[in-house]
Design a protein around this ligand. Structure first.
Ligand code: FAQ
Length: 336
């Protein structure tokens, strides 16, 4: 059962209050039945306040990640090594903007406005994925982001296509298809470099060395230290735990690294016949906490760039609003 009963006042002598509580209990029971049957909750359905709050938190953090996630790769659009790679990178970065838009729209269906969500990001109150606070120092980083960062994102997001909240689940279907293309283009870019010169191979290896551990942190803290996981899983928002997704990602990536010819920078990475999984070394969770606390290598720069982009775009929003007002007035005149 997923009740809010602890939040509810006891049935008193007030008849209206008793009726309200009775109605809320009926709504809660209907909600629980949908969740228990693995069904979908839609925007117009009644839902517990805590379910709504959790969804707004997760979906908006996800949207912010897509939008801030454009910045590390965007740095390389003007420096891509060929027209083909530039066109692919432009398309990928635009896709990430689109993902942000679907996700902000999904969050808005829960009754929180876009301005409020963006204000939380720009004021530093909202989180976005830790991974985007690391710098892109070489062209190989663009390939590694596609291969590993998008690869981790897909591993985390495919189960979200089955999320109990309909608008989020449906947004994730298209997002995952596009992330899949992103992952492959990253692998393809790295494969080309690995078949190139010694200097190119070294550039790929150096990039993998820097990104591997931060990528493993993308899945979130260990299950034992994840305050939101248990409830998120009971509500069918999260389907697979942070640790299980991290393990699935490692298991899938080792063979890809071998195909590429790169070494994953973990001396403890060994196949465990008994568990049927790879064992791996200790993740530096202090580094993760530091990045979340705003002390990562690029936190300040990323937020400042995002705020500036938003401010620079004010005239576009003003012009769009003025045009919409003009069109509405025109329609009113025609209807009169
Ligand atoms: N970074 O209790 P949990 C992408 C926070 S999209 C920052 O385990 P939960 C596409 C967490 O929010 C990447 N914060 O939390 C792309 C919570 O804080 P709060 C983003 C993190 O929600 C590719 C606290 O720690 N994907 O890459 C991180 O149950 C290339 C405790 O954690 C999504 O957002 C982190 N890595 O599980 C774009 C997917 N991990 O809110 C451009 C949807 C945890 O209590 C280029 N989100 N935290 O203050 C999820 O699946 C979940 O929210 C998790 C966290 C798994 C991220």
């Amino acid at each position: 059962m997923y009740t809010q009963s602890l939040d509810q006042a006891p049935v008193g002598t007030d008849t209206n209050n008793a009726i309200d509580i009775h109605q809320d209990a009926a709504k809660q029971a209907a909600f629980d039945a949908v969740i228990d049957a693995d069904g979908k909750i839609e925007a117009q359905d009644w839902m517990p306040a805590a379910y709504r709050k959790t969804l707004v938190r997760q979906i908006s953090q996800h949207a912010h990640s897509e939008v801030v996630g454009m910045l590390p790769e965007g740095n390389w659009i003007s420096r891509a090594p060929s027209l083909k790679r530039k066109a692919i990178l432009l398309a990928k970065v635009q896709d990430e903007a689109g993902h942000g838009l679907y996700l902000y729209s999904a969050a808005e269906t829960l009754g929180t406005g876009r301005d409020e969500l963006l204000d939380a990001l720009h004021s530093g109150r909202a989180k976005y994925s830790s991974i985007f606070n690391y710098p892109t120092l070489s062209w190989a980083d663009v390939g590694v982001i596609g291969w590993l960062v998008d690869g981790a994102a897909i591993m985390n997001q495919v189960p979200l296509c089955r999320c109990s909240y309909g608008p989020y689940a449906r947004a994730m279907i298209r997002v995952c298809k596009e992330e899949s293309f992103h992952q492959r283009q990253g692998f393809d870019a790295l494969l080309a470099m690995m078949q190139g010169t010694e200097a190119q191979r070294a550039m790929v290896q150096e990039s993998v060395n820097r990104w591997w551990w931060p990528v493993l942190m993308m899945f979130g803290p260990p299950d034992a230290d994840s305050p939101n996981s248990a409830q998120g899983m009971r509500w069918g928002i999260k389907r697979i735990s942070n640790d299980d997704l991290r393990q699935k990602f490692i298991d899938a990536t080792v063979a890809q690294a071998e195909t590429l010819g790169v070494t994953l920078p973990d001396p403890d990475l060994t196949w465990n016949e008994a568990t049927g999984h790879y064992d791996f070394g200790t993740i530096n969770w202090q580094e993760f906490q530091d990045v979340l606390a705003g002390k990562g290598p690029c936190n300040t720069e990323r937020l400042a760039t995002r705020v500036k982009a938003h401010q620079d775009g004010q005239w576009v929003r003003d012009a769009a609003a003025a045009y919409a007002r003009k069109q509405a007035a025109k329609q009113q005149r025609q209807a009169a």
